[in-house]
Design a protein around this ligand. Structure first.
Ligand code: SF4
Ligand code: SF4
Length: 448
């Protein structure tokens, strides 16, 4: 018997499936279809599999051998959703299908332990995640990572993948008990969603976000009781934990005293799920309305700044830059023009578009750890596209992409720097102040 198959048989799910008219216009947008060339590794084929399951046409054997592998090979990047002229909500369809697959898996003891430590123990507790980041920083500065990397070929694939995506860590953290006060004329107050991985492993991105918002006249508060957005849990089929985390974030952010213009998020993946809390909690009578109120406040930092860039950046950054869209920001939140508009506002920066800017980099939540070979093939295609632009700066707007692109630069032997959009804006502001904080981007350009 296929556990929880009724999730795929509900009237609503079947109605969503029936919106697909099999035209195939989404196929060219799909990274897994491009890599594997199989109908079942593209959106139309996956929808056909979901429909077969919904109509009771697959056995348990078919479910295990065909349905589950093709569904789990999907990145859930939602590029097909943007390409679809019939408005098929593929993201919601695949989310439920993955849930059913996860509920029918029996992971081994090692995987269960790893998941419990990662998902239940560490991710919801930022202090533990920061402790882990400090230990990993020691692992990096003690040169132990170099030794481990020399021995990579003998390590299990998953451990190797985890080590590959570890960014250089600087464990210096802002004390969020103090709000950041606006500089110059005040334009209002904002709440800041720090994220968990972003805060622990890429804290410089959050600090640049605070400075850029402050520079534009905003007072920024980051409630310290906030927690993980729940996206990793949702990816791994743990709907209940994702809902608990969503309720906690809603309570924390809606209980802040006073008026706030928005809840700012700088990670495309986290922001998408924060905006989708109303969908996640639609059946919860106590939280459905609160989830809608909360989601209406959430804005990606680029979305907010594109409308509220009260102080234009003045410092010149002489770099050839390319912008690698975060799938969730582009396809989930439909934020496409705003990051580009902000980059174009920076003096000296030359923005070069990728051939396929809407193609996933292979990060996709925990995909680069769970589907190592497919993620590596997708990353290689992305890096070839980036290399062809001749860019010396790769700009990103999502934590997972940031880590994946850093690994991609190393793997492809490129010398390009990877920076979050707000780091580039922050750099321009500091250079505009006459700050001596010249970066490698500028130095490299000067050295040519
Ligand atoms: S998902 Fe949309 S674009 Fe793809 S086959 Fe179905 S209707 Fe066509
Ligand atoms: S979500 Fe992405 S990987 Fe999955 S079918 Fe759609 S385009 Fe392909």
């Amino acid at each position: 018997m296929i556990r929880d198959i009724e999730l795929l048989r509900s009237v609503e799910y079947r109605r969503k499936l029936s919106q697909c008219v099999h035209c195939g216009l989404c196929l060219s947008a799909c990274p897994t279809y491009a890599i594997f060339g199989l109908e079942t590794d593209g959106p139309r084929g996956r929808i056909a599999l979901m429909r077969a399951a919904a109509e009771g046409r697959i056995s348990l054997e078919d479910f295990r051998r065909a349905f589950a592998p093709h569904i789990m090979l999907c990145l859930a990047c939602r590029a097909c959703e943007t390409a679809c002229p019939s408005g098929v909500r593929y993201g919601e369809l695949v989310e439920t299908a993955r849930l059913v697959v996860e509920h029918n898996r029996t992971p081994g003891l090692g995987e269960r332990l790893l998941r419990w430590v990662g998902m239940q123990l560490v991710l919801p507790r930022l202090w533990l995640l920061k402790l882990l980041a400090r230990l990993l920083w020691l692992y990096q500065v003690s040169q132990l990572q170099r030794v481990v990397r020399a021995l990579h070929r003998w390590l299990p694939k998953t451990l190797r993948a985890m080590d590959n995506i570890l960014p250089p860590i600087t464990p210096r953290y802002y004390n969020y008990r103090r709000p950041v006060l606006a500089s110059g004329m005040s334009h209002g107050r904002l709440l800041f969603f720090t994220g968990c991985i972003q805060e622990a492993f890429l804290s410089q991105v959050n600090q640049a976000t605070l400075r850029v918002l402050q520079r534009n006249g905003y007072e920024v508060h980051a409630p310290t009781e906030q927690t993980c957005c729940g996206a990793p849990h949702l990816h791994l089929g743990d709907l209940e934990t994702a809902r608990q985390l969503a309720r906690r974030n809603i309570d924390v952010f809606l209980s802040q005293d006073g008026h706030y213009e928005a809840v700012i998020c700088n990670a495309g993946g986290c922001g998408t799920i924060l905006k989708e809390y109303p969908h996640l909690l639609a059946d919860d009578p106590k939280y459905a309305e609160r989830a809608r109120r909360f989601a209406a406040l959430v804005k990606d930092v680029s979305e907010f700044l594109a409308e509220h860039l009260n102080v234009p950046p003045r410092g010149e950054i002489k770099a050839r830059a390319t912008y690698a869209d975060s799938c969730h920001l582009r396809h989930g939140q439909k934020v496409v023009s705003q990051p580009r508009k902000l980059l174009k506002s920076i003096p000296g920066l030359q923005l070069v578009e990728l051939q396929a800017p809407d193609r996933c980099c292979g990060s996709a939540g925990v995909y680069n750890i769970a589907q190592v070979d497919a993620a590596t093939a997708i990353l290689d295609a992305k890096m070839a596209d980036i290399a062809a632009t001749g860019a010396d700066l790769i700009v990103t707007t999502n934590t997972g992409c940031h880590m994946q692109l850093l690994a991609g630069v190393r793997r492809a032997g490129l010398s390009a720097q990877v920076m979050h959009l707000v780091e580039v804006l922050d750099l321009s502001y500091r250079l505009g102040d006459g700050s001596s904080a010249a970066t490698a981007v500028v130095q490299r350009e000067d050295a040519r």
